[in-house]
Design a protein around this ligand. Structure first.
Ligand code: XMP
Length: 513
């Protein structure tokens, strides 16, 4: 996608880098993340209106710490260094950075000590968030100190003439009370952005570009019913209408009424014909006796491809496939030391485009999840749909532990439906990142009336999170849990016990498999 106004964020490995990008975009200015060693040529090609140097875990004098070329500061592009970024600026202009004797971790009190454009209309005193063990002890050449904290007398610096600024704290985290204002000053006062990156403009621009790319060819879309693929389908439909073929593969692993509801919603609200393929028998057959989570994922992914391909064959010569890929999947991460291990395979249908020789249309490759939701809103999707919790590709298969049977799926579906309905009627659905029921592969003893029962256990899981990478369990009222437990045990045959999962991620994961 073409952007006329981009803020480049160079990543030095901070856990907050993506947050910087989101904060800039919340100001309606497009921002892009690249690794710290993004070349000078590519920077010139990208032609950003401003550059932000992110934080990072290392010390600028460490032997293999990430560095930048001095030339970045001669491009006549405003620069803002955050934390490690500030320390790099300092090093490059011959200041001194040292390990702090009294480390300020977390909350600190910032005092603005001189007038400057970065702190325009910023309160003289505010709370900021710090997260580094080093700080500046000698001011670099041609810079002024513009703010201090108790233990960091040089906490923010400016060279107004060259438009180079640096802050030791993290303006991108919400705990920095004036953070938004500071980033806004950088973007609007210093980089003089116009703020035209809005959902509305994104939709208009995307439609033009999709039209141009597709021409009169046919485009396939695998519509799972999730937010990303749904919004993508509606956007592409706006661009090319009938040339779009949407296929919903019903694996039989969906939640109660889910498949029917999705097809109906698209038909009624968008006149977007969705081909509903009921492949539940095939999926169940192939999953018979399988209890290993990764094997389940593999079988489901492969079966999906088989079914989808079979259906798509009925159309002559489709050339494109719509995919709801998001920006976090695309960002090249600055490598964390050590080998990475696969915890779970999340790429549900990897291999489909290659197998069918399709080119990808990924309208959201540059967007974060909350931005896709904003696009969905712009396109008129109902709020209740846009705010839906994420649902894993393999569906209930990874929530029914052990091997899968039709009867057990039915139990899980009913219990899950009760849990989610209760959450919705309590008005707390949007406070929760994801909530669901899990059917455990054990039986426990209970007593109902005068008789002994020996039946299934349902575990309830509900977490808060901002990106699914870390999560905390949701604190329900005990009364709420009591009510859900009673309802499930009373109404779902075959369940005599309900437990609530109180583990955070890490060390647990969100899904149980
Ligand atoms: P975990 O369980 O890894 O989940 O903490 C993080 C997020 O990813 C979802 N998830 C999946 N999504 N295919 C998907 O599309 C998968 O195989 C898969 N496994 C987990 C999970 O629901 C949560 O939102």
């Amino acid at each position: 996608m073409s952007h006329h106004e981009t803020i480049l964020i160079l990543d030095f490995g901070s856990q907050y880098t993506q947050l910087i990008a989101r904060r800039i975009r919340e100001l309606n200015v497009y921002s892009e993340i690249h690794p710290f060693n993004f070349s000078l040529e590519r920077i010139k090609e990208l032609n950003p209106v401003g550059i932000i140097l992110s934080g990072g875990p290392m010390s600028v004098y460490d032997e293999d710490s990430p560095q930048i070329s001095n030339e970045i500061f001669s491009l006549n592009i405003p620069v803002l260094g955050i934390c490690y970024g500030l320390q790099l600026i300092c090093k490059n202009f011959e200041g001194t950075v040292e390990p702090a004797k009294n480390r300020e971790y977390g909350k600190a009190y910032l005092e603005v000590i001189s007038n400057n454009s970065l702190f325009k209309n910023v309160n003289d005193k505010s709370i900021v968030w710090m997260s580094h063990g080093d700080y500046i002890t000698n001011l670099p050449n041609n810079f002024d100190v513009i703010a201090k904290t108790e233990n960091s007398p040089i906490c923010a610096i400016a060279n107004e003439e060259k438009n180079i600024f640096g802050v030791q704290f993290h303006p991108e985290v919400v705990h920095s009370t004036e953070g938004k204002r500071i980033l806004s000053n950088f973007v609007f006062e210093i980089c003089t952005c116009s703020g035209s990156w809005t959902p509305h403009n994104f939709v208009e621009q995307s439609i033009i570009e999709i039209k141009e790319r597709v021409g009169d060819k046919k485009v396939l879309c695998a519509l799972s019913g999730g937010v990303d693929s749904s919004v993508a389908a509606i956007l592409v439909d706006k661009a090319i209408g009938d040339q779009l073929i949407c296929i919903h593969v019903d694996s039989g692993l969906m939640r109660k009424n889910e498949s029917a509801d999705i097809v109906k919603m698209f038909d009624e609200n968008y006149h977007l014909k969705v081909i509903h393929v009921d492949a539940s028998e095939l999926f169940l057959e192939r999953l018979k006796g399988i209890s290993d989570p990764e094997l389940k994922r593999k079988i489901i992914g492969n079966t999906f491809i088989d079914v989808f391909e079979q259906e798509a064959k009925k159309f002559d010569d489709p050339q494109f496939l719509v995919q709801g890929t998001l920006y976090p999947d695309v960002i090249e991460s600055v490598s964390v030391k050590g080998a990475s291990v696969t915890i779970k395979t999340h790429h549900n249908v990897g291999g489909l485009p290659e197998k069918m020789n399709l080119k990808l249309i990924e309208p959201f490759r540059e967007l974060f999840k909350d931005e896709v939701r904003a696009i969905g809103k712009e396109l008129g999707l109902p709020e209740s749909f846009i705010e839906r919790h994420p649902f894993p590709g393999p569906g209930l298969a990874v929530r029914l532990l052990g091997d899968i049977t039709k009867d057990e799926l039915e139990i899980l579906r009913e219990a899950d439906d009760i849990f989610i309905s209760e959450i919705k009627s309590a008005g707390i659905y949007n406070e929760i990142w994801q909530a669901f029921a899990v059917l455990l592969p054990v039986k426990t003893v209970g007593v109902m009336g005068d008789s002994r029962t020996y039946e299934n256990v349902i575990a309830l899981r509900a977490v808060t999170s901002t990106d699914g990478m870390t999560a905390d369990w949701y604190r329900f009222n005990p009364e709420f849990l009591e009510q859900v437990s009673n309802k499930i045990i009373r109404n779902v045959r075959g369940v005599n016990r309900v437990v609530y999962d109180i583990s955070s991620k890490p060390p647990s994961t969100i899904e149980w498999e």
